[in-house]
Design a protein around this ligand. Structure first.
Ligand code: SAH
Length: 364
């Protein structure tokens, strides 16, 4: 990269926003402007720990430099709308620099009243999603573009600021298919881990599976948890629910997951949405168990969260329990995901920015 001149108009036209850059990159950047390396460390701290939205807020920088830096784009979004649900979950609509709106959800867990034990952020990786899964609201809205690295990191900082609590867990379960945006997602994971300080093991990447991409991810040897949206116990059923399954057989997907376990030594989570009368019979559980026998994995059942566009039904609790019991009887590790944020349309699969008219935000 050629040196960046010190005059402010050029500073404003940075090739990439500062957010998402490592300590080494930020140090290079300050040095290119004739400042000593320790300014890079200060910039890093103010960006990632103090969460400044303008470099002019960095009070440890010399005044004249701060004035010049005021125009530099950090890469933060603005909150377009904030929708809290009674269970403490908060859904945010964030406005990006090109005016696009994405959704992010902050999900607090409490060990006792008023004692926050965990703060999870459900992040988006794309504006919309091209996968068009039949039960998913995002999929109904089509696809616009990939998110840049800084737009992913920003979501976590925004939730952290809003809750005034450190984020402990991240799930890539918002809008989009992360493995169609692997480079930016991996760069964001690096930043969230090394710069923001969130442990890799508390980061989960959820994918519907893109041929060859799970293997590619494995080669990065990350410690993040891979969650694969299986949702069906056989190829036919999977194709009914997930259009992209037509080009990716269940067998190929499971083989790639086996390779992931071999390469990384990490077990895989299989997500399985429960749709009443469709894929929730004990026979489906047995079929699923047969696929997963001897596989270092865990099944996470997601009772369907209703969306407007389709009339699937969520099974009742007796039926959910029967599915759990059938899996357990076949020695499959299983858990049921508790729906959070349902009243704010913030539960898994319900995210869709167009549900809230533009301009209807709280204006924060
Ligand atoms: N594209 C990624 C991330 C999507 S959202 C993926 O497919 O995994 C995260 C999870 O929510 C996925 O397992 C997705 O299938 C699930 N989901 C989508 N719509 C849902 C709905 N209406 N009810 C419950 N879960 C849903």
């Amino acid at each position: 990269m050629s040196p960046i001149p010190t005059s402010s108009p050029n500073l404003a036209a940075l090739a990439k926003p500062l957010l998402g850059q490592s300590l080494a990159e930020l140090t290079d950047w300050v040095q290119q402007q004739g400042h000593p390396p320790y300014r890079g460390k200060q910039l890093h701290e103010w960006l990632y720990q103090k969460g400044v939205r303008s470099l002019s807020e960095i009070s440890v920088f010399p005044k004249h430099w701060r004035t010049e830096l005021a125009e530099v784009e950090i890469g933060r979004s603005t909150i377009h709308h904030r929708a809290p649900a009674p269970d403490g979950t908060v859904k945010f609509l964030l406005r990006l620099s090109d005016g696009q709106i994405i959704e992010t959800v902050g999900i607090p867990s409490y060990s006792a009243p008023h004692t926050l034990s965990r703060l999870t952020v459900c992040v988006s990786s794309q504006v919309g999603c091209p996968m068009a899964c039949d039960f998913c609201a995002t999929g109904k809205g089509g696809f616009l573009r990939n998110l840049a690295t800084h737009e992913i990191v920003d979501q976590v900082l925004t939730v952290q600021e809003d809750f005034q609590q450190r984020v402990s867990n991240i799930v890539f379960m918002g809008m989009g298919e992360p493995l169609l945006n692997t480079d930016n997602v991996l760069a964001a994971i690096r930043c969230l881990n090394q710069d923001v300080g969130i442990g890799q093991r508390t980061i989960t990447l959820s994918t519907v599976g893109i041929p060859g991409h799970i293997r590619r991810l494995a080669e990065h040897q990350l410690q993040v948890t891979l969650a694969v949206s299986l949702h069906a116990s056989n190829q036919n059923l999977r194709e009914q629910l997930i259009p992209s399954a037509r080009r990716y057989s269940l067998e190929d997907l499971l083989n790639e997951c086996r390779e992931y376990v071999q390469i990384t030594g990490r077990r895989v989570t299989f997500e399985y949405i429960l749709l009443a009368g469709l894929n929730d019979c004990p026979e489906h559980a047995i079929e699923l168990a047969n696929h997963l026998r001897g596989f270092q994995s865990h099944v996470n059942l997601i009772p369907y969260n209703p969306i407007q566009e389709v009339d699937y039904k969520r099974p009742n609790s007796r039926r959910i329990q029967a599915f759990v019991d059938a899996l357990k009887a076949h020695h499959i590790a299983v858990s049921v995901r508790r729906s959070r944020g349902l009243q704010a349309d913030a539960a898994c699969g319900q995210l869709r920015a167009s549900a809230i008219p533009q301009g209807a935000g709280s204006g924060r």
